[in-house]
Structure formats: C-alpha cells, structure tokens
Ligand binder design. Sequence first.
Ligand SMILES: Nc1ncnc2c1ncn2[C@@H]1O[C@H](COP(=O)(O)OP(=O)(O)OP(=O)(O)O)[C@@H](O)[C@H]1O
Ligand SMILES: [Mg+2]
Length: 259
Amino acid sequence: MGIIKKFRIKTFKKNKPKIELKNISLSFNKRQILDDISLSIQEGEICGILGPNGVGKSTLFNIMIGLLKPDFGKVFIDSLEVTDIPIYRRALDFGVCIVPQSGGIFSELTCEENLKSIAEIMFKNKSEIIFNVENMISKFQLESVKKIKGKFLSGGQKKRVCIAMALISNPKIILMDEPFQGLDLMTTRELQETIVNLQTEDNSRCCIISDHAARDLLAISDKAIVIANKKIVAKGSPSELVINQNAKSVYFGDSFKIN
Ligand SMILES: Nc1ncnc2c1ncn2[C@@H]1O[C@H](COP(=O)(O)OP(=O)(O)OP(=O)(O)O)[C@@H](O)[C@H]1O
Ligand SMILES: [Mg+2]
C-alpha cells in the first residue's frame, strides 16, 4: 500500500470543513445508540469509521445523508446547517452520495439500466448520459455483465454497480458503508485506488468510509475514528489509532498491525 500512501501525502492539503456533525445524539425506541458525537471531515480528506457490529456506524451515515434526523445535535455541510434539509436536496445541492451497506441497486434492472437510472437524473442530454454510463461500466469493469439484471449479479458485482451508481453523479461527499465487503483482492485494490484518485480529481471532495476490513480501510484513510458504547472512543491517524488503548480494547484487540 506504499504507493497509495505516498500519493496521498502529495495531494492532501486542505483544512476546510466539508461535513461536520455537532453533538449528535439518537435513540431508537428509547434505546440510545449515539451520544454526543462530534466529527469534522475536511475537504480532500478520507475518514475511516470503525467500530463493533451494531454500534451505530450505518446510523451515523443515515444522519449525514438526511435519512434520519438526530434527536439532538446538528449537521453542517460547507458550514451551512443542513439538519432539516431532506435527502434528495442534500444529494442535488451538496453532492452527498452513499454506497449503502446492502441493497442499493434495482434487482429487475440490468447493470446498465441501474447506472442509467441515476445518470438520467444527473445529466441533461442523451450523449452525456450515454458517455457517463459507459465510463462507469469501463471504470468498474462491468462490460461483461452490463445486460445482466441486478438480481443475477454476484455479490461483488452488485457492490461494484452500487459504487459506480454513487460515483456517476460526480459527488462531493462520498459515504461508503462497507464498500470492500464481498470484493475480491484485486477489485479491493482497484477500489482503494479509485477512492484515492477521487480526491486527486477534485480536492474539495471528502470521503467517509466504514468497513470491517480495517487494514484495507486504514491504508487509504487520512484519519479514522472508533465508535463504541455510543461515543467516539478514539480518533487519529491510522498509525496513532492502532496503538490507542481504547481502540485496542474495543475493536482491534492486542495483535492487530497495519504493516
Ligand atoms: N430503524 C431502526 N429501528 C430500531 N433500531 C435500529 C434501527 N436502525 C438501527 N437500529 C439499531 O441501532 C443499532 C446500530 O445499528 P447500525 O446499523 O447503525 O450499526 P452498525 O455500526 O452499522 O453495525 P454493523 O457493523 O453490523 O453494520 C443496532 O443496535 C440496530 O439494531
Ligand atoms: Mg452498518
């Protein structure tokens, strides 16, 4: 992963908040999931979110995209409060996109039609739609399955279509909930490079990724957090995080290493 890291050091430069969570708390049916979570992700930054199953990582993503409203706390994008702004406006006006943990594609549509369904919302003329769909098909090596319905794709192919659907809209805030799940080794490596390149293409973007493939995630993260017991219990650069005692005791264990 040396090449990716060297590349990141050259291209990561900004220090301007893109998306911020301030004092977020949320309960489901009186069961508190998140308690006073504050987090600021800068333009050009890749932030990893780690934590045990059921700790609230996907819930936090849903708060960021506008699918869930927190009980307390506020969400800001480009320093504007968006807590009450609905999901579709966050997508269209602020370029928020998500690769969900599961689902995310239409099972009765082909791979190509799935991509077209998003392209038709984002682009005006037919040639732009065709160009962008073809571009994603080639970028994610989906040529051989482009006429196959979503329900017949393999797990990894579905994931790739889903990621391509998120990226086709030229997003500014890219949320990925377990993007490496089900991907083979080479596709994982390619996705890591794609994520890093997204920032090179546009330095105002940020990317927030949750995944239990912690090594793959930390290899491309500028910083990461660990959530446990409703709170952020550790944060820092990947190398700081893996030696953090809180992070070790709730998530990594004692023998985890990144190199
Ligand atoms: N709509 C809902 N109603 C009630 N409880 C919910 C709802 N959505 C999530 N939860 C609960 O909130 C908690 C956090 O769920 P979440 O999916 O955010 O966890 P996670 O950290 O993403 O876990 P994983 O690593 O398994 O994906 C879980 O206990 C889950 O059961
Ligand atoms: Mg989850």
